[in-house]
Each structure stands twice: as structure tokens, then as C-alpha cells.
Design a protein around this ligand. Structure first.
Ligand code: XMP
Length: 524
């Protein structure tokens, strides 16, 4: 499949990624200034860099040491361009090294907070409190011993005689920081970045949601012309925003399919239909395949097999629906920027597969569609802003992540119609109580899991031998790591008593207090 280019005409700050864990954060900080930013790996050649017509370039930090022969270098020819540069941490060291300065291992590594003394309050540090020491976040083992010729120091700390420097000869502007202005622990870091992007590079602040939406709608319209496009609606924010945006552009030429695998949350399909068909007047085809999915799952208990079966069934159902529509050229997908960024692999080699994430939007490459991916330049928080801009309700925009294989991977053991109904009831109680407690946004995900065991209980004077529900609630920033959420005891008590009283066949509720790692968020 081929992706259509979304050439949104905005000035760009490029970030060359040397493998820092903060690279995406730099990009987001720039976008918060309403300026477009893009990340390229350090292996990118000069020609590709120049094609982006950057107004400025930021060189990220990274784990290497410039002293090592193998350490990544700047793309050849970059320093002779007349484009303003900002080097951060490793970015500063690599500029120093390549311009003839000296970098060496510091006697003491500097990690965490340091006090910055500013020596020059113009340019990068303009608008900062004068004569004050500023807390900044350091994370480096090497430091600048001699600056390259033509540079002067503009700030220092106790451990780093050159914590910031700038070029003062006749070449194009270069600024370097040993600390990380992008992290929240650095006071006034956003002002420093704003000074670079707005004052030094002269970018205009045109990266705003209304202008992004307008240019995307125009591009989709031009690309699709009078053709037909389809998309899979899953109820998630990404596919919802992509679909509504595309509908604004091409109206009824867009057909949305919601493949109901029967593994969604209680009432979710009905809500989807009400929102997209009745409120937005979109062409939404709800395709009930719940019986086929359950049959295909049979007595399967292995988590990876469940995912594979659901993935295959989904593709089969989607392909059959697309065929009915006849001549469809375009497929709309809610791919986001973090999925697109080619991140610099520091250790080399792919990491081990923990779980194969089956995404309901992930369709087979053999389907010969041209892809429309209007969100492929946006971060998740920008997609949410765009959703609000398009009038999507808060529940959709702030919906917690929900796995493609749905409740099947929260029913440990075999998935039967009866167990599914039990879990849907328990899950609806968790969702409702978390919402009532005002915790829906603060909690990354909160849900119920049905365990494959029975335990003994007593109800009235009767012995019971029934199922156990585990409650999982975690806080997280990106789902990569997570902590169990310290839910208030009264809330846990209410959840337990409601689930035991209202869900037939459950006599015990437990709370999962594992973090990720070593556990994962889902149980399967
Ligand atoms: P884990 O369980 O790996 O989950 O800690 C991290 C995040 O990914 C979601 N998840 C999935 N999403 N298809 C998806 O689309 C999947 O197969 C899948 N498995 C896990 C999970 O809900 C959490 O947000």
C-alpha cells in the first residue's frame, strides 16, 4: 500500500535524533509554540534534510561519547549550511568535536539538577530572570574542555565551565546547551526553546489546530477527488478523528465499517452508531460478526493464538465488506507520528516481542489501497486537540486505550458467550465508578479481568463456588511503563460490593497491585 503525502505548508524545525530518550519531547515542546517540528534519524543525508527546508535544526542528546571512534557524527556538510543550529547535550559535544574544540570525560558525571549561572542574557537567554541561578537538568558524562574557535561561553555551572555557548564569528548562528531545556525540571526551558525557534530562526506561529484541520481537509479533498474511501471505526480516538476529518473533506464518498466482534465493552457499538451515524450523518456500516468470532475462538486459551484468530477474522470481515462496495481506491487509517518516526536504535537489533499487538486498524498489505493517513504528523495530544476542534465529545477524545482484541484478552482462559457477558457487566461497573469518582483522565486504564478459577464463598446461608474478577487500574504516560493506581479504599470497596452483588456468578474481587515492568498492563 502506498501512503499519500500530506504536505502541510508550515515552517519546520528539524530535530536530528542521536538516540536521546527526550527527542520526542523536544518535538512536542516546539509544537507547543505553534511551530511545526519533525524528527529525522542521524543517518539522514544532507539532501533529505534540505528537502524539508528547515528554518532551524536541533541536534538532540544521545547516549554515545564523541571520543569513541564509532560515535555518530553530524550529517556531512550540515555545518556549512546557513541554517541556525541548536545542539543539546551530545548535540553540543558533536558540534564542538567537529569544529575543532575539545571534549573529554568529566571527572564527575553530572546527572540531575544543577544550578546554571547565565553569563550572557541576550539571544537564547533573553527574558530570563537576570543575575539568578536557574535550576537545569543535566545528564552527561563528557564535557567541553575547549570551545571551538569563534565561540564564547554564555552560561556555566559548578561542574561545567561551559554549560552553554554560542558562535560569534561570521558563520550562521550556532547555540549549544549542555543541559536539557526540553524537560520540565529545567526552569525556563520553554523560554530558551522559544528564543531559539521564534527569535533566532524567525519562525511564525502558524501550527494551530484550525489551520492544521483546514489544510488536511483540503489535501484529502484534492487527493480523493471523486473516488471512494473506506475506514475501520474502532471507537478509539485516532480512528474517530481520522474518520470525521475525512468526512468533512469528502462527505458520503467515505464509508466507515465497524466490525462488531462481540468483544467490545457494553453498549459501545450502540454509542458508536449514535455518534457517527445520527450525530455526524456519516455512512457507518455496523457489521455484526460476533457469532463468527466466538466460533473461531472456540476453546482457545493461549493469548497469542487469540490475538491471531481475532486479527484474521477481522481482516476477513473487512475485506468482504470492502468488496461489496465495489470500486474503492482509498483506505483511511489513524496512524500517528510516534508510529512513523524512525527512531535511532541505540543498541541495534529489534527488541524481543512481548505481545503481538493486534490493532483493529492494521489491515493487510495485500489489499491494494492508497492510504490516507491524515494524523501521521501528529502526536496523541495533538490528535485530542484536533478531535475537540472537530466537535467530538470529551468521552471519545479522552477515551482510555482499549486493545484491538477487546475483552478476549481480559477473559483468561476460553472465551464463551456467558463469560463475555459477565466481564462486560463487571467492566461497565468499573468504568462507571471511575468516571463518577472523577478519575477517568488521571487513570491511564481501568478495567476488569475475568480469571479462570472458582473460589468458595458464602451468600446467605449457602456455600457458593464462583468466579473471581480482578480489577486493574494503572497510571502511565505512554503505556510503555505503568504503575498500579492507588485507588481510594472506599472506591475499591464500592467496586467489590457492586460487582459481587450485580454480576451473577462472581463471588470475589481482587485488586492487581503490579507495576509494568515486570508485569504488563493487560493480563494476556
Ligand atoms: P501491555 O499489556 O503490553 O499493554 O502492557 C500496553 C498497551 O497496549 C494495549 N494493548 C493492545 N492494543 N492490540 C492493541 O491495539 C493489542 O493486542 C494490545 N495488547 C495490549 C494495552 O491496552 C495497553 O494500553
Amino acid at each position: 500500500m502506498q501512503t499519500e503525502e500530506f504536505d502541510i505548508q508550515h515552517e519546520t524545525i528539524l530535530i536530528i535524533d542521536f538516540g536521546s530518550q527526550y527527542t520526542q519531547l523536544i518535538a512536542r515542546r516546539i509544537r507547543e509554540l505553534h511551530v511545526h517540528s519533525a524528527i529525522l534519524p542521524v543517518s539522514t543525508d544532507l539532501e533529505t534534510i534540505l528537502q524539508h527546508q528547515p528554518k532551524g535544526i536541533i541536534l538532540s542528546g544521545g547516549p554515545a561519547s564523541v571520543i569513541d571512534a564509532e560515535a555518530p557524527r553530524l550529517p556531512a556538510g550540515l555545518l556549512s549550511q546557513s541554517i541556525p543550529l541548536l545542539g543539546i547535550c551530545y548535540g553540543m559535544q558533536v558540534i564542538t568535536h567537529e569544529l575543532g574544540g575539545e571534549v573529554d570525560h568529566a571527572a564527575e558525571r553530572e546527572y540531575g539538577r544543577a544550578e546554571l549561572i547565565i553569563d550572557d542574557e541576550t539571544d537564547l537567554f533573553q527574558g530570563l530572570p537576570s543575575h539568578a541561578s536557574i535550576p537545569v537538568w543535566m545528564s552527561h558524562g563528557d564535557r567541553i574542555i575547549h570551545m571551538p574557535e569563534g565561540f564564547v561561553r554564555i552560561a556555566h555551572t559548578q561542574n561545567s565551565p561551559v554549560a552553554a555557548m554560542k558562535r560569534i564569528d561570521s558563520g550562521s548562528p550556532i547555540f549549544c546547551l549542555q543541559f536539557h531545556p526540553e524537560v520540565a525540571h529545567t526552569a525556563h526551558g520553554s523560554t530558551m526553546l522559544a528564543n531559539f525557534v521564534l527569535r533566532i530562526c524567525g519562525c511564525r506561529q502558524t501550527w494551530t489546530m484550525p489551520s492544521i484541520a483546514d489544510s488536511m481537509i483540503r489535501t484529502i479533498r484534492q487527493t480523493v477527488g471523486t473516488g471512494k474511501a473506506i475506514c475501520a471505526l474502532s471507537g478509539g480516538v485516532d480512528s474517530a478523528v481520522a474518520a470525521v476529518l475525512t468526512h468533512r473533506a469528502i462527505g458520503d464518498q467515505l464509508h466507515c465499517f465497524c466490525i462488531d466482534h462481540g468483544l467490545m465493552r457494553k453498549q459501545e457499538i450502540a454509542h458508536l452508531q449514535a455518534l457517527f451515524s445520527q450525530h455526524y450523518h456519516m455512512n457507518v456500516h455496523i457489521v455484526d460478526r460476533s457469532t463468527a468470532f466466538l466460533k473461531a475462538l472456540g476453546r482457545t486459551t493461549d493469548p497469542e493464538r487469540k490475538r491471531k484468530i481475532i486479527g484474521r477474522q477481522f481482516i476477513k470481515a473487512f475485506e468482504a465488506e470492502a468488496r461489496h462496495l465495489g470500486n474503492v481506491e482509498f483506505l483511511v487509517q489513524g496512524t500517528l507520528y510516534p508510529d512513523v518516526i524512525e527512531s535511532t536504535s541505540v543498541n541495534g537489533g529489534p527488541s524481543a516481542t512481548i505481545k503481538t499487538h493486534h490493532n483493529v486498524g492494521g489491515l493487510p498489505t495485500r489489499m491494494k489501497f492508497r492510504l490516507i493517513e491524515p494524523l501521521r504528523d501528529l502526536f496523541k495530544d495533538e490528535v485530542r486537540q484536533l478531535g475537540l476542534e472537530l466537535g467530538l465529545p470529551e468521552e471519545v477524545v479522552w477515551r482510555q486505550p482499549f486493545p484491538g482484541p477487546g475483552l478476549a484478552i481480559r477473559i483468561i482462559g476460553a472465551v464463551t458467550a456467558e463469560r463475555l457477558a459477565q466481564l462486560q457487566e463487571a467492566d461497565a461497573i468499573v468504568t462507571e465508578e471511575i468516571r463518577k469518582a472523577g478519575l477517568s483522565r488521571e487513570i491511564w486504564q481501568a478495567f476488569a479481568v475475568l480469571l479462570p478459577i472458582h473460589t468458595v464463598g458464602v451468600m446467605g446461608d449457602q456455600r457458593t463456588y464462583e468466579s473471581v474478577i480482578a480489577i486493574r487500574a494503572v497510571t502511565s504516560v505512554d503505556g510503555m511503563t505503568a504503575d498500579w493506581a492507588p485507588l481510594p479504599h472506599e472506591l475499591l470497596g464500592r467496586l467489590s460490593s457492586r460487582i459481587i452483588n450485580e454480576v451473577a456468578g462472581v463471588n470475589r474481587v481482587v485488586y492487581d497491585i503490579s507495576s509494568k515492568p515486570p508485569a504488563t498492563i493487560e493480563w494476556e
